[in-house]
Design a protein around this ligand. Structure first.
Ligand SMILES: Cc1ncc(COP(=O)(O)O)c(C=O)c1O
Length: 400
């Protein structure tokens, strides 16, 4: 009999070997209690959270929680249906209105996750005879959207404007083309040169979709993302985002000014053939998005945190994913998986949680300790975090 699991044997062996050394499983940590956006109890110990996507610290916002509780009382625990049947409640419309206001755009469509937003929009607008030019380091949901739509995929070197232009010029005359970019790349925390890339894409007749999952709420004057910060948001055809990061809950969306956008609600399979988000989730998302419009102080504090942590880690001698702090993500590059896992565990023992990231999620086979900051980390917490990195780095030999 065939064993369809045999293809996983190398991964199973690698994992078994790592755990046989007595290491805590870095991909199976349980948060026993979450006290705030920045502190949880893990293994019975107070742990500072530096590996969540809770950039704006909205998960414990009293207004957000109150909205969720009220919606549970008023509308029940779930919709039990698709948006195109019984699954559109007032709350789904309200969160789409909040998104339109947040981005100052004509249309907003909410999906059950950000993964499904990319899967749905990309696969629906770019089909078999169309071309998608995308950064090689694009998120899995972007690649999966391309595969589902069966479009011709042309990847280009990460953040390389010239490479993008060359690929665009090679596409046969008359073919429809979509350029897919991200604002912040989540593994190294670096930002795309969207100003140049959007200009090159438009000059070559392509539509542009930008995934702003890791920039929404934080980057740009109004928190609309890197396209806003670089002054090209009006030239972008579609922005994809998620509620699972700065918004602080779960869900995904696409906003656009395209005049025919609403037809997607009937033809986009990952929107039609799945249940809609629970009423409590859309209520928390709408409240959070509206509060994010008015969060300039939090954005400024998060930039301070990012700069402080980046400078401190550099000073300690760690190699980082970007020369300058470009976002709320700071990636510490580890020499290999073994060292990375040892450092991850040493940090956890100190009382700090970060993400251990490894291929295929990471570019160029890198092992990373990914730190993502929150607007609610205090200056003192950032100091504590640097102290823990110093202790764990010396104990594991990552720094001298
Ligand atoms: C760039 C990017 N796009 C999309 C997603 C998917 O978001 P969600 O968690 O809402 O499915 C992620 C999640 O990590 C992401 O990093």
């Amino acid at each position: 009999m065939s064993d369809l699991f045999s293809k996983f044997d190398p991964l199973i062996q690698q994992r078994d070997e790592l755990l046989a050394t007595g290491l805590t499983d870095p991909f199976n940590l349980v948060m026993e209690k979450v006290e705030s956006p920045t502190v949880a109890i893990c293994n019975g110990k107070r742990t500072i959270l530096l590996g969540t996507y809770n950039y704006m610290g909205m998960t414990f916002d009293p207004d957000v929680i109150a909205a969720g509780k009220q919606a549970l009382d008023d509308f029940g625990s779930g919709t039990t249906g698709s948006r195109v049947l019984n699954g559109t409640y007032g709350g789904h419309k309200a969160v789409e209105e909040a998104l339109k206001d947040f981005y100052a755009m004509d249309h907003a469509m909410v999906f059950s996750t950000g993964y499904q937003a990319n899967l749905g929009v990309i696969s629906t607008i770019a089909g078999k005879d169309d071309y998608i030019v995308l950064d090689i380091d694009s998120h899995a949901s972007i690649y999966d959207g391309c595969a589902l739509g069966n479009a011709q995929i042309i990847p280009f070197r990460h953040n390389d404007v010239e490479a993008l232009e060359k690929r665009l010029k090679r596409i046969p005359e008359g073919a429809d083309k979509l350029v897919v970019l991200e604002g912040v790349y989540s593994m190294l925390g670096d930002v795309a040169p969207l100003k140049e890339m959007v200009a090159v894409s438009k000059a070559n007749g392509a539509m542009v979709l930008i995934d702003e999952a890791h920039s929404m709420g934080f980057i740009g004057e109004n928190g609309r993302g890197v396209a806003e910060a670089q002054g090209v948001i009006d030239d972008v055809d579609f922005i994809i985002g998620t509620f699972s990061k700065s918004v602080g809950t779960v869900g995904g969306f696409c906003v656009s000014n395209h005049p025919k956008f609403e037809i997607l609600r009937l033809v986009c399979r990952p929107y039609v053939f799945t249940a809609s988000l629970p009423p409590s989730v859309v209520a928390t998302a709408a409240t959070s998005i509206r509060k994010l419009m008015d969060s300039a102080d939090k954005r400024a504090h998060l930039w301070e945190n990012s700069k402080r942590l980046h400078a401190g880690l550099c000073q300690l001698g760690f190699e980082l994913g970007s020369k300058e702090p470009q976002s709320a993500i700071i990636a510490v590059i580890m020499p290999d998986l073994e060292k990375g896992a040892a450092m991850w565990e040493a940090l956890l023992n100190e009382g700090l949680y970060v993400n251990l990231a490894r291929p295929p999620a990471t570019p160029a086979g890198m092992t990373l300790l990914r730190c993502s900051l929150c607007a609610l980390h205090t200056e003192e917490q950032v100091g504590e975090i640097l102290g823990m990195f110093a202790a764990a780095g010396r104990a594991t030999g990552c720094i001298s």
